[in-house]
Write a protein that binds this ligand. Structure first.
Ligand code: ZN
Length: 285
C-alpha cells in the first residue's frame, strides 16, 4: 500500500517535470520565434535604409552629371559663338583692308591678289562685293530725271589687258610726235603702268554717258557724271581721280573712273574732300 503510494507520487512528479520541460521548450520556441521575427524586421529596415541611401546617392550623382553636361554644353556654345565672332571680325577686317587697298603709280597690286569677280555682261567683270551696289547705282542714275544713261565700259582688267592698253597709248603718243624716252612716262598719266591699275583689283569701274564716248574733260559736263559724282558715295563708290589732284594720285582728272570702297568709307572719304591717298595717310597718322 505504501509502495503503491510512492509509485503514484513518483509518477506525479515525473509528469509535472515533463510538463515543466514541455512548457519550457514551448517558451524557448516562442522566444526564438520572437527573436527571429525581430531580426527579420531589423534586416528589412536595414535593407530599406540602404536602398533609400543608394537611390539618394544615384539621384545626386545623376543631378551632378547633368549639371556638368549642361555646363560643358554651354561652354561649347560660348566657344563656338566666340569663334564665329572672331571669324566675322577677321573677314570684316580683311574686307576693309582690301576695299581700301591703295594702288597707284607708287603702289602696285599685291603679288598674287586674286579678286572674286562677278560678270556684269558685255565683258565687264567686277569684285563681287561691289556688284550689287554698282547695279543699284546705275539703275538709280538711269531712273533719275536729272541723270542719264550710264554706260559702264571697263571693270576688271588682267595684267595682259592693261599691258595692251599701256602699249597702245605709247604707240599713239609716238605717232603724235613724242620721243621714245618720253612717251612711256606721258602714257602713264592716263593709262596706269601694268601692275599699278586699280582695275586689276576688280574694284574700279569706268562709266561714260551714253551721249559722250570721249575720255576727256567734256565727260564731266554730262548728266551721267554730274549725277554719279553727286551720288556715288551713297552706293559705296568714290570719284577716284578728281580735278586738280593728279600730283597726289599720279593720274589725270578722270571724271569717269569710280572706285568701290564700301558705303561707309565712301561717304567718309567723300565728306572729307580728300583723295584716297590723303585719306589713308591721315588714317595712319
Ligand atoms: Zn578707270
Amino acid at each position: 500500500m505504501e509502495r503503491r503510494k510512492k509509485k503514484k507520487g513518483a509518477a506525479g512528479v515525473f509528469l509535472l517535470l515533463l510538463l515543466v520541460i514541455v512548457l519550457a521548450c514551448l517558451g524557448i520556441l516562442y522566444a526564438l520565434s520572437l527573436y527571429s521575427s525581430a531580426l527579420r524586421q531589423q534586416a528589412e529596415a536595414d535593407a530599406a535604409l540602404q536602398r533609400s541611401e543608394m537611390e539618394n546617392s544615384l539621384r545626386s550623382a545623376s543631378a551632378q552629371a547633368s549639371e556638368e553636361l549642361r555646363e560643358r554644353q554651354e561652354q561649347e556654345v560660348r566657344e563656338a559663338e566666340e569663334l564665329c565672332l572672331s571669324l566675322k571680325n577677321s573677314f570684316l577686317a580683311r574686307d576693309r583692308e582690301e576695299l581700301l587697298l591703295l594702288v597707284n603709280p607708287w603702289n602696285a597690286v599685291p603679288e598674287g591678289y586674286t579678286p572674286r569677280l562677278v560678270d556684269l555682261g558685255d565683258g565687264i567683270w567686277i569684285d563681287e562685293r561691289a556688284a550689287g551696289d554698282l547695279t543699284a547705282m546705275l539703275e538709280a542714275c538711269y531712273a533719275d530725271p536729272h541723270g542719264s544713261i550710264p554706260v559702264p565700259i571697263s571693270g576688271y582688267r588682267t595684267q595682259e589687258y592693261q599691258q595692251g592698253l599701256y602699249d597702245d597709248k605709247i604707240r599713239r603718243l609716238r605717232e603724235a610726235g613724242w620721243s621714245e624716252e618720253d612717251a612711256p612716262a606721258e602714257a602713264a598719266h592716263s593709262v596706269a603702268v601694268p601692275g599699278t591699275s586699280e582695275h586689276q583689283l576688280g574694284l574700279a569701274i569706268d562709266i561714260l554717258d551714253v551721249n559722250n564716248s570721249e575720255l576727256d574733260l567734256t565727260q564731266s559736263w554730262t548728266e551721267t557724271q554730274r549725277w554719279l559724282s553727286a551720288h556715288c558715295a551713297e552706293y559705296g563708290f568714290i570719284l577716284r581721280y578728281p580735278d586738280g589732284t593728279s600730283d597726289i594720285t599720279g593720274i589725270i582728272f578722270e571724271p569717269w573712273h569710280y572706285r568701290y570702297v564700301g558705303k561707309e568709307l565712301a561717304q567718309k572719304i567723300t565728306a572729307s574732300g580728300l583723295t584716297l591717298e590723303e585719306y589713308l595717310a591721315q588714317e595712319t597718322e
